[in-house]
Design a protein around this ligand. Structure first.
Ligand SMILES: Nc1ncnc2c1ncn2[C@@H]1O[C@H](COP(=O)(O)OP(=O)(O)OP(=O)(O)O)[C@@H](O)[C@H]1O
Ligand SMILES: [Mg+2]
Length: 296
């Protein structure tokens, strides 16, 4: 490879990294008369996890649907990998969606299909040879730790396992952007931690940009303090820093009544003076409907 070529490609690669994976510019959205989002702007950098926090009905799932182009903003612009999708037609939008993996709030697995076919669904649709499908599905199920459950039906699995199947399915085709809508809702803390571990592994090992929607502070704590490392033998471990670790590739966006009230690091969030944020952090946030712990 010539020196000249090398420097150009390095420059290109650097430029590419500077383009956010997702960007909202002054986005407004209403469901008919019901205004849900007001002037939302934020960026998700490459390889970054953006945690989106709000109480129930705060507009989190709506933001994800706008990214997938399932809804269109009333005002403002949305960019995916630097490409504007605001006015994009369905054909072009389909190409953009191919770059995005989505883990829906309600798992959305096919009950009558075994785990293998659930994960393989898109690959079968694309008509890929079965040997290639098998290879990819095995790899994905190994990533989420469910290789042995391949032949089971979803209802033979626990809720946490079903969530992991949804994650494996969202990772088909190696998407560089993954959207998680409340992936830990109604899971017990250790199971929720295994899901968070997967999100961290995608960030640290696969350079995936993700948006993680949640209203659980335990999830925020985990994702902002844990990191994945590869050992000498290629083994992967996720380590948790007991105290606060300032991970530069994880940030938090907080919404209230459809407006951004915070965008920054976890360290900044805990220091924020806004009483609403402080209540939310302490778990006394009422709208979220999940405040069994942390209330003083
Ligand atoms: N299809 C729809 N038609 C009308 N209103 C809707 C529709 N979908 C959502 N809404 C309303 O828009 C607001 C935002 O909803 P959204 O689902 O984005 O909130 P959320 O933050 O994801 O909530 P949750 O934490 O409960 O999942 C809510 O008040 C909701 O009732
Ligand atoms: Mg939602």
């Amino acid at each position: 490879m010539s020196e000249a070529f090398k420097s150009t490609s390095v420059e290109d690669a650097t430029k590419k990294r500077l383009v956010p994976a997702v960007e909202f510019r002054n986005v407004h959205f209403a469901y008919e008369e019901k205004k849900v989002l007001y002037d939302i702007s934020f960026k998700v950098a490459r390889g970054e996890i953006k945690i989106v926090l709000s109480g129930s009905g705060g507009g989190k799932s709506t933001i994800l649907k706008l990214i997938l182009g399932l809804l269109k903003p009333d005002k403002g612009q949305i960019f995916i990998d630097g490409e504007e999708i605001t006015e994009m037609d369905e054909t072009d939008m389909q190409h953009v969606r191919d770059k995005i993996g989505m883990v829906f709030q309600e798992g959305a697995l096919f009950d009558s299909l075994p785990v293998y076919d659930n994960v393989a669904y898109r690959l079968h649709e694309q008509g890929l040879p079965e040997d290639d499908v098998k290879r990819e599905v095995r790899l994905l199920l190994r990533f989420v730790g469910l290789e042995k459950e391949m032949d089971k039906l979803p209802n033979e699995l626990s809720g946490g396992m079903q969530k992991r199947v949804s994650i494996a399915r969202a990772l088909v085709g190696d998407p560089k952007i993954v959207l998680f809508d409340e992936p830990t809702a109604s899971l017990d803390p250790p199971t929720a931690a295994t899901i968070c571990e997967l999100v961290v592994k995608l960030r640290d090992l696969e350079d995936v940009s993700s948006i993680l929607v949640t209203h659980e502070m335990d999830v925020v704590k985990y994702v902002t303090t844990a990191y994945a490392v590869v050992g000498e033998k290629g083994d992967v471990t996720v380590k948790e820093e007991g105290d606060r670790l300032c991970l530069t590739n994880t940030s938090i966006l907080m919404l209230r009544d459809g407006r951004v009230i915070f965008d920054g690091t976890e360290e900044e969030l805990v220091k924020a003076e806004d009483p609403y944020i402080q209540e939310f952090i302490r778990g006394t946030e009422v709208e979220a409907g999940n405040n069994e712990e942390g209330a003083a």
